[in-house]
Design a protein around this ligand. Structure first.
Ligand code: ZN
Ligand code: ZN
Length: 409
């Protein structure tokens, strides 16, 4: 039965404040790294169980829960009988030593919720609790996906283990608290929003020798320098300048003394892009490396590891999510568009399989010191926006499942 007291009016949403803060602070105080979120998983399972929501473990330390709607399909309103939407929150913390000085600062030395995932879990748990009270308002299902290890490929494992099946998921929604956006604003942007990232591992194999007889060697340091310089021409001379892309060299190692030319140099880095078919850069990079090495008589080994695919918001889900923001109190002032970033997000594992939207929930408030960048030791979130995030999860789910443009509850 529907709880007659459940509404999404501003006063009801405001009444969630203390619970959301309590949940978030508890996660914040006991952060766990990716695929080690055992206590976090336990807490989530406990909360869901207390609210009568069936849940199970997935992807090691993740959680999958299913809320079944009990409303009848309404052909007149074109409400389908069995649509399913996935709502996703990530769970993992980072190897960062916290310096916020908060009363509920991390108690796990060197580990910190420095990206806001503690807030995401609080928001999705509260949304689940509210949606479970509203189950006779919708048909179909809400799948709740609490995902481990967002920072390194946890979503893929969830897909492998069936998060998108039984019931088959038709659409997905996720969001990120965002310190690059003012509190109160919510950004929904159509198309590519977070970059693909591919890590590269390159070994340049030359011929070691005496620094005084360089002509008898093949100097891999000299060759490495040329590759690093030349690679920048890919962005500016080989692909459309309107296609966002970066090639970053983040580690280089070779040699040990001033007198010896080393035999090889190892380089690591990442290639990121924010446009369709950006994989072309990987080929161009290999072509360039091969050319420079050949010119100087060196050989090389190059391998790639996928960080994450590009996250792109579908037209339909972008519209639906934007409409959901407009339905919120003050929606006209809230909704913004245009946030795109070269950072990655493995929500893309869902968005490349089903129509999806991913929102940025603004959390920057200089007076509250929540303007530090993500992954910074002083990173913090504006807890007042947790209510907005929870409300957004709920509105998107109801709007998708009921087919209603205006979700007034
Ligand atoms: Zn992060
Ligand atoms: Zn994050």
């Amino acid at each position: 039965m529907t709880d007659p007291c459940v509404k999404l009016d501003p006063s009801t949403v405001a009444s969630w404040e203390q619970e959301l803060k309590r949940l978030r602070r508890d996660f914040h105080q006991y952060p766990e790294l990716g695929f080690q979120e055992f206590k976090t998983q336990e807490k989530i399972l406990h909360y869901l169980s207390n609210h009568g929501i069936p849940a199970q473990k997935i992807a090691g330390t993740g959680v999958k829960a299913i809320l079944q709607g009990t409303a009848r399909p309404d052909p007149e309103k074109n409400v389908p009988s069995s649509k399913t939407i996935l709502l996703r929150s990530d769970m993992d913390a980072l190897p960062v030593k916290e310096e916020t000085g908060l009363a509920f600062q991390s108690t796990h030395d060197g580990i910190m919720h420095a990206c806001g995932h503690d807030g995401h879990m609080a928001m999705l748990l509260k949304a689940a609790a509210v949606l479970s009270q509203l189950s006779d308002r919708f048909t179909g299902n809400v799948v709740l996906g609490f995902q481990p290890n967002e920072e390194d490929a946890g979503a893929y494992l969830m897909v492998e283990e069936g998060i998108l099946e039984n019931p088959g998921v038709d659409a997905a929604f996720g969001c990120h608290l965002w310190s690059g956006l003012d509190s109160g604003k919510i950004d929904i942007t159509k198309g590519p929003v977070m970059a693909a990232s591919h890590y590269f591992f390159l070994t340049i194999k030359g011929k070691g020798g005496h620094a005084g007889f360089a002509h008898t060697s093949v100097d891999p340091i000299f060759i490495a320098a040329q590759i690093i310089q030349s690679a920048q021409s890919i962005q500016t001379r080989q692909i459309d300048a309107l296609h966002p892309a970066v090639i970053m060299f983040t580690a280089i190692e070779g040699g040990s003394t001033p007198t010896i030319i080393p035999g090889q140099v190892e380089i690591k880095g990442s290639i990121r892009f924010l446009y369709d078919r950006g994989e072309e850069i990987l080929e161009k990079f290999e072509h360039l490396v091969a050319g420079v090495c050949q010119t100087h008589g060196a050989s090389f080994e190059l391998s790639y590891k996928l960080g994450n695919h590009m996250l792109s918001n579908s037209d339909d889900m972008t519209r639906l999510a934007a409409r959901s923001v407009l339905d919120m109190a003050g929606g006209q002032d809230r909704l913004v568009t245009g946030t795109r970033t070269m950072a990655g997000e493995d929500f893309s594992e869902f968005s490349r399989r089903v129509p999806s939207a991913y929102a940025f929930v603004g959390s920057r408030n200089i007076e509250k010191n929540t303007h530090f960048p993500h992954h910074h030791p002083c990173f913090d979130i504006d807890e007042d926006v947790l209510m907005q995030g929870a409300e957004l999860y709920i509105r998107v789910a109801l709007s998708f499942l009921t087919g209603s443009q205006d979700v007034t509850i």
